[in-house]
Every structure is written in structure tokens, then in C-alpha cells.
Design a protein around this ligand. Structure first.
Ligand code: SF4
Length: 222
């Protein structure tokens, strides 16, 4: 596979971060509190799959592993789209090997709406860009996407799934993504390490897991 949603967002935060992910992932240090947040986000996403009732999940693992078999997921998704399955979770798409897996697709009269689930109390700009990347891949795969929602974590724990519509903002990311995705594709394959001076991108919008490697001491800037 070429560029995933995560690759794109990380590469746009810092190209060196993407290069290190591909070539030297062993240098990554994920703080325990960040890992706990990621785990909580995954658990929230799993719960959200049922927010519209019965659903079909597209996740397929390589035999004997917990590594997703992306090609098999893409194939399975195509079968469910052709069958008109009403709610499809972890729907996978690939275009020139660029790849995304969409949290929830919900069939409408004209195609599908899609829902990106975030375990956060409000919509942040990077969430909209995430959704925009998925829209880009699906649009290039000729999937008819109507509305786009970010599902945030509301205050009612009995029903915490609150969809916020971001259709216009997410669809407007199409050109920005097309303007960068091919450069990121080329760059991640570079045999030479990408040079980048440490700066604000080391903490915004996300703390970089290579902070110690690039700063030489593992300590945050003051
Ligand atoms: S620490 Fe900073 S310069 Fe190094 S990879 Fe991360 S974002 Fe890039």
C-alpha cells in the first residue's frame, strides 16, 4: 500500500515523521498516556459501530495474526457495496494503492453517508482533514458520498455518539490532498533520511513520537 490516512496526516505534520515511520519505526516512543488515549479511542470506535443498529464489519486479518489484510478488506467492501448492505463498518478502499478504512458507511437513497468516529468532546480541524482524506479516496473509487459526519463523544454516556455534519469542509479538502499525496508517496520511498529542523510541528497538532531521536535528549522544548 502507498499512503494511508494516518500516513498522510503524519507526513503533513512533518515529512521526516512519515519517513521514520516507514524506515526506522523502532525509534518511535509512544508515551503510556498517549497509548491509553489511543486504546480508549479504539474502544469508543468499536462501540460506535452499532450506533445505527445491525452492521457488517469489513475487517479481515492475515491468517494467524492481528494484522489487517487490506486487499481482502477492499474486496469484501466491494461485495457489500454491490449487495447494498445498509451499514458497513471499517469499509476499505484503495486508489493507486492509497488506502483508507472508513469507520461507518450508511446507505442512503442516492449512495452512502459516512461517519468518522472520534473520542473527543468537540470537532477539531484535523478531524475534518481526516474525513477529507477518506472522502478523497472514496470519490476516486467512484463511491457516491452524500453527507459527512464526525461522531464526537457527547456527555450522555448511555448514548454518547453525537454526529456533527462537516460535509462542505471535508469535501473542500480534495484539492489540498491531491496536491500533496503524490509528493508524500515519492518522499516516503526515499532511501535517504528526510531532513527536517525541529520546530512547532514536533508538538502540533500531535506530539511526535520521534521527539527524543530528533532532539537528542528525549526532553520536550520549554
Ligand atoms: S521530532 Fe519534529 S522534526 Fe523530528 S520527526 Fe518529529 S516532528 Fe519531525
Amino acid at each position: 500500500m502507498a499512503i494511508t490516512k494516518t500516513d498522510f496526516m503524519r507526513g503533513m505534520q512533518c515529512p521526516k515523521m512519515l519517513w521514520l515511520d516507514k524506515h526506522r519505526p523502532g525509534l518511535k516512543v509512544i508515551p503510556p498516556e498517549v497509548q491509553a488515549k489511543l486504546d480508549a479511542g479504539n474502544a469508543f470506535g468499536d462501540r460506535a459501530m452499532g450506533m445505527f443498529g445491525p452492521y457488517e464489519e469489513m475487517t479481515v486479518y492475515r491468517p494467524g495474526t492481528t494484522v489487517p489484510d487490506k486487499a481482502a478488506m477492499v474486496q469484501r467492501t466491494q461485495e457489500h457495496l454491490a449487495a447494498g448492505t445498509p451499514v458497513i463498518c471499517e469499509a476499505a478502499f484503495s486508489n493507486y494503492n492509497n488506502y483508507c478504512a472508513v469507520d461507518i458507511l450508511r446507505r442512503t437513497e442516492t449512495g452512502y453517508d459516512f461517519y468518522e468516529v472520534k473520542n473527543a468532546p468537540e470537532v477539531h480541524p484535523q478531524f475534518v482533514r481526516d474525513a477529507g482524506f477518506q472522502y478523497y479516496i472514496m470519490a476516486r473509487c467512484k463511491v457516491k458520498i452524500g453527507k459527512i459526519f464526525i461522531v464526537i463523544h457527547g456527555p450522555d454516556e448511555d448514548n454518547p455518539f453525537v454526529p456533527v455534519e462537516v460535509t462542505k469542509e471535508a469535501k473542500s479538502c480534495y484539492k489540498w490532498i491531491n496536491d500533496h499525496i503524490w509528493d508524500l508517496n515519492r518522499m516516503q520511498k526515499s532511501p535517504e533520511e528526510i531532513a527536517a529542523e525541529p520546530g512547532p510541528q514536533c508538538s502540533e497538532p500531535y506530539e511526535c513520537w520521534y521527539y527524543g531521536y530528533c532532539h537528542g535528549n528525549g526532553e520536550k522544548n520549554q
